[in-house]
Design a protein around this ligand. Structure first.
Ligand code: ADE
Length: 245
C-alpha cells in the first residue's frame, strides 16, 4: 500500500512540478560506475530525463599535490583511512547548489537496505551516495555530513561503488515512467512483503516439463489466484521472516 501511495504521490508531484531525481555519487573509482549507468533501464531513465546521475571523482577535489585521498590511521593498525578534505569539499560544493534528501554513506556497518526503504526514499529528489574504500572514511565526515548509513548485506565488498549502484538502481526503477510496464515494479519480489511467483515463457513443454495449465487457460482471475498462492507458498518456504501477520 505504501508503495502504491508513494507511486501515486510521485505521479501527482511529477505532473504538477516535474523535476527529475538527481543522484550524486562520490567515489575514488569513477570508472567502476560507468557501465551500470550506461545500459538498459538505467540508461533509458536518464535519456528520458527522469533521473540525473552525476559521478564525482574525489581525487579531483584533493588539494594534496599528489592527489592523495587517504592517510594512515591514528593509533596505527593496517589499512588507510579516506581523508576529510576531498569529501568535505565535494559535499560542501553540492550542498551549496541544492538541498539533499539524504547523504548516504555505503558501509557494511550501516542499516541494511531493503525494499520498504527504497519505496519511501523513491519520493525524494536529491541524493548523495558516498562510496568508502580501504578502512573507511574519517569518522568526523560521518558525524558532520552523513544522514543515512547504508549496507547492502552482511558481507564486505572492496569498496562502496557496487553498493551505490545497487541502491541507485533500486531507487531509479521505482520512478514512474522508468519501467515500460508501469505495473511491473508492483509485482516485484518484496512489494507487499511477498516474493514474486514463478514465471514461464515458451516453449510450453521443455523436455517434458510442462508449464502449469492455468497459465495457458486465458482465465485471468484464476491466473491471479494461482500467482497469489504461489507467491505466498514461496515466501513461506524461502523467506518466512518477511511475511507480515
Ligand atoms: N562497502 C563494503 N561493503 C559494503 C556493504 N556490504 N554494503 C555497503 N557498502 C559496503
Amino acid at each position: 500500500m505504501v508503495f502504491i501511495w508513494n507511486t501515486w504521490k510521485r505521479f501527482e508531484y511529477n505532473f504538477l512540478y516535474f523535476c527529475p531525481m538527481r543522484i550524486d555519487i562520490l567515489t575514488i573509482l569513477p570508472q567502476l560506475l560507468e557501465s551500470p549507468f550506461s545500459d538498459s533501464i538505467l540508461k533509458r531513465a536518464q535519456t528520458k530525463g527522469l533521473v540525473e546521475v552525476h559521478i564525482h571523482d574525489l581525487r579531483s577535489y584533493s588539494t594534496n599535490k599528489h592527489k592523495k585521498v587517504d592517510d594512515y590511521a591514528f593509533g596505527g593498525g593496517a589499512g588507510m583511512v579516506m581523508t576529510i578534505q576531498p569529501i568535505a569539499d565535494c559535499i560542501d560544493e553540492l550542498k551549496s547548489e541544492r538541498e539533499y534528501d539524504e547523504i548516504m554513506y555505503m558501509t557494511p556497518d550501516g542499516e541494511v537496505w531493503d525494499q520498504p526503504t527504497a519505496n519511501s526514499l523513491s519520493m525524494g529528489e536529491n541524493f548523495i551516495l558516498l562510496c568508502g574504500h580501504y578502512k573507511g572514511i574519517d569518522e568526523r565526515i560521518r558525524e558532520k555530513y552523513i544522514t543515512k548509513e547504508v549496507s547492502i548485506g552482511d558481507y564486505v565488498l572492496s569498496g562502496g561503488e557496487l553498493a551505490a549502484a545497487v541502491v541507485a538502481d533500486s531507487l531509479i526503477r521505482l520512478i514512474p515512467g522508468v519501467l515500460n510496464d508501469e505495473t511491473s515494479a508492483l509485482t516485484d519480489s518484496f512489494q507487499d512483503n511477498l516474493l514474486a511467483p514463478p514465471v514461464y515463457t515458451r516453449p510450453a513443454n521443455y523436455e517434458g516439463m510442462e508449464v502449469p495449465k492455468v497459465l495457458l487457460s486465458g482465465n485471468f482471475k484464476e491466473i491471479e489466484k494461482w500467482r497469489s498462492e504461489k507467491a505466498l507458498e514461496r515466501t513461506k518456504t524461502r523467506r518466512p521472516d518477511i511475511l507480515k501477520d
